[in-house]
Design a protein around this ligand. Structure first.
Ligand SMILES: [Ca+2]
Length: 305
């Protein structure tokens, strides 16, 4: 399966195996993501477009007032929910309010220890550890291993709908994934990160083998996946992708009715900033949403299992 995943969505194996090194190791200077057939795109959000994202501005707090509503928990170690830096006031009339800051230049071991404390033993958020210095070549960091994943909750989509995502980013290049589901399974911290689930399973002392002696593997629940590149500037910019995405435009994903957005900065080890994730419905591209959609140009959304 992994080979298929690599072929399909490139970087996904970074998130799938904690022991794997990044597939593409960039130098610190090489911060701009490789264009995906000209996909990297800076564009203003279209006027009057209806934004379907829920709290994509991150400005609405969750019930505990310690993170954005309708997004995964922040851990105050890798992911932080913070006021936009004062320097961003130079943007003029734009008021960013809260933004997400993701630091991938932290040791994975330190993150894993903290995640067990926080998510298995209920340690309060203000007990998040101070970041230890990282050491070159930094392959043992969240940048080199898990990536700084940050997931939205579910957003309902239409049958045959085509969509475009916009997002403001500042910092090195990163990826934004759109993942599609047929149902809404229960979600939790790292719920689509098998390495993190294995960590939690081991920490709980749960068996590693099933009753027939086979290794218990954590199964990803999403059926559809696609991504687009963002970032690569030390100034805030709004990014999108050229080709619309069709989460249920093919026979094999036709029952996908929910999507989640995953912001995914990883390499280089650095601080990344995000704000204003927005989702709009657009006209489908020719060839999608038809019975013969299998013959369409389908580099987006390969099925992963
Ligand atoms: Ca905001």
């Amino acid at each position: 399966m992994c080979e298929r995943v690599i072929k399909s969505i490139g970087v996904a194996c970074v998130a799938i195996g904690a022991a794997m090194l990044p597939l593409r190791v960039a130098s610190a200077q090489d911060v701009r993501p490789k264009e995906l057939r000209g996909e990297l795109s800076v564009a203003d959000f279209p006027k009057d477009a209806v934004d379907l994202m829920i709290n994509g501005s991150f400005d609405e707090p969750n019930a505990a007032q310690d993170g954005p509503a309708h997004w995964q928990d922040v851990d105050n170690f890798v992911c932080h929910w913070v006021d936009a830096p004062a320097t961003d006031a130079a943007e003029g009339e734009k008021t960013r309010g809260k933004v997400i800051k993701i630091d991938t230049d932290v040791k994975q071991g330190q993150a894993y220890t903290w995640w067990c404390e926080r998510y298995l033993r209920g340690a309060p958020l203000d007990k998040a550890p101070a970041r230890q210095p990282t050491v070159e070549p930094k392959y043992d960091t969240i940048a080199g291993l898990d990536g700084g994943f940050f997931w939205s909750d579910f957003i309902e989509i239409k049958e045959g709908g085509a969509y475009r995502v916009y997002l403001d980013a500042k910092g090195p290049g990163a990826k934004v994934f759109i993942r599609g589901y047929e149902k809404k399974p229960a979600i939790s911290f790292g719920d689509e990160a098998p390495a993190v689930q294995e960590l939690f399973r081991n920490a709980r002392g749960e068996p590693k083998l099933d009753e027939r002696g086979r290794p218990i593997r954590y199964r990803l629940r999403y059926l559809y996946t696609t991504w687009f590149p963002v970032g690569g500037s030390d100034q805030w910019q709004t990014y999108t992708h050229k080709m619309p995405r069709h989460p249920n435009g093919r026979e094999i994903t036709e029952n996908v009715r929910w999507i989640r957005i995953m912001i995914y900065p990883y390499w280089p080890p650095a601080t990344y900033w995000f704000d204003n994730v927005r989702l709009i419905e657009v006209e489908p591209a020719p060839g999608y949403g038809r019975p013969d959609a299998d013959e369409a140009d389908i580099d987006e959304g390969k099925v992963i299992r």
